[in-house]
Design a protein around this ligand. Structure first.
Ligand code: ACO
Length: 377
């Protein structure tokens, strides 16, 4: 066998894909050739979903069709709502994992694994994921569940269902940009897990559940909630000096700072550029500028001391916080967006499938070991 891959499959090219391109040296991220900066500037999340699934931007009619399909698919089956209410309180990602799995039992295409049915499942799951997370947020806050509004975009409907009132355009646009930035990221851990599952010819829901379980970890999507917990530990009234001492202490103890570092980017994560700006603007608008300012001081220290840059999770934390979103929803919101990328990759995998089955470099006891009867061991 050839030499073992570097730990964590670093730099291993595991498949070819036409969905997402990253140049980690130059800080470039593009979906199907479109620079993420242009998409964040001018596109909507719905357009990005279409782009990921079809590899081209929709025309007006195609976009209208997709918006209608999302709106029609948003409501949750009664059985899933009952299950949501019956589960004990706990981690939002655990809840999402269970409920995304439960959705498969009610999916009208559950037994059909054709490409057309799988596409419909991708649309339905993307529509339903927002409803699931917003409804969970309502439950967390002790409010009654709110029915989806079919006239609203995915972003606006999410905020409406979470807060119970019509969201203002600035919040909707900020949330929409957040969804665009999180939609896909090549073979990140959760997408790879989803593709491995799909490649066994399992089903779309199972592959998405694999993605959710993988996204949960604090080295991946779970980092955004960890960032906010760190900021809250410091407190909104912390001075810059206190923030600096706090981070220096963590680095001295060789602790990782959530929201920094990336396997692929060796420079600024292009998604962080937008989230930094949104954190500043929304914080100032909400009258809570300190979360951004404290974050910025932390960034200065970590970047100068460790040459590590903020990733997508660092400034999304303070952005969501100033939007009044509960911390338990941060990683689930990541999934509300990333389900579009997971399903794009699942469909791509299935279109030209081969089982994903790598090898391990065996380093255990030498072969053959003599098998001894139990009383001689
Ligand atoms: N804080 C402090 N030191 C760090 C950090 C960090 N956030 N990230 C990496 N380092 C250090 C490591 O301690 C290690 O140092 P050493 O060589 O002296 O031991 C070196 O940088 C390399 O780190 P690895 O963990 O080996 O890098 P890897 O490529 O495996 O990990 C990862 C990337 C998991 C993102 C890592 O940077 C990390 O743990 N970051 C914090 C968690 C986080 O923000 N995750 C979200 C990533 S983005 C996403 O998934 C959506």
């Amino acid at each position: 066998m050839s030499a073992a891959a570097k730990g964590g499959l670093e730099d291993v090219v595991a498949t070819s894909s036409s969905i997402c391109f990253i140049d980690g040296e130059r800080g470039v991220l593009s979906y199907c050739g479109y620079d993420v900066h242009d998409l964040a500037q001018s596109a909507t999340f719905e357009e990005v979903c279409y782009l990921l699934w079809h590899r081209r931007l929709p025309n007006r009619a195609e976009l209208g069709d997709l918006q209608s399909q999302f709106a029609a698919a948003r409501a949750l089956p009664d059985g899933v709502v009952r299950l949501m209410r019956s589960l004990p309180p706990g981690d939002g990602m655990d809840l999402l994992r269970t409920l995304a799995s439960a959705l498969s039992h009610y999916d009208p295409d559950a037994s059909d694994n054709s490409a057309a049915a799988n596409y419909r499942k991708a649309v339905r799951l993307t529509a339903q994921m927002g409803t699931l997370v917003a409804s969970y947020g309502r439950m967390l806050q002790g409010g009654g569940l709110i029915a989806p509004d079919t006239s609203l975009s995915q972003a606006a409907n999410f905020l409406y269902m979470l807060k119970g009132n019509r969201p203002d355009p600035t919040s909707v646009r900020a949330f929409d940009i957040g969804l665009i930035l999180h939609a896909d990221h090549e073979l990140n851990a959760s997408t790879f897990a989803a593709r491995v599952c799909a490649a066994t010819l399992s089903d779309v829901h199972s592959a998405v559940v694999a993605g959710i379980g993988t996204l949960k970890g604090p080295l991946h999507g779970g980092a955004n909630a960890e960032v906010m917990k760190m900021l809250l530990d410091l407190g909104e009234d912390a001075t810059d000096d206190r923030a600096e001492a706090f981070v220096r202490g963590k680095l001295a103890r060789k602790e990782k700072i959530s929201g920094f570092g990336h396997r692929v980017y060796k420079t600024e994560d292009p998604r962080a550029t937008h989230l930094r700006r949104m954190s500043k603007e929304l914080g100032e608008r909400a009258g809570h500028p300190r979360w951004f300012q404290i974050s910025q001081r932390i960034e200065q220290v970590v970047t100068s001391e460790k040459k590590l840059f903020p990733n997508v999770d660092f400034y999304s934390a303070s952005t969501y916080y100033t939007m009044g979103i509960p911390i338990d929803l941060y990683t689930p919101i990541f999934a509300v967006s990333r389900v579009s990328g997971w399903t794009a990759h699942i469909l791509e995998q299935l279109a030209n499938n081969r089982l994903i089955r790598p090898r391990a470099d065996y380093v255990g006891p030498t072969y053959p070991q003599r098998f001894l009867p139990r009383d001689q061991r």
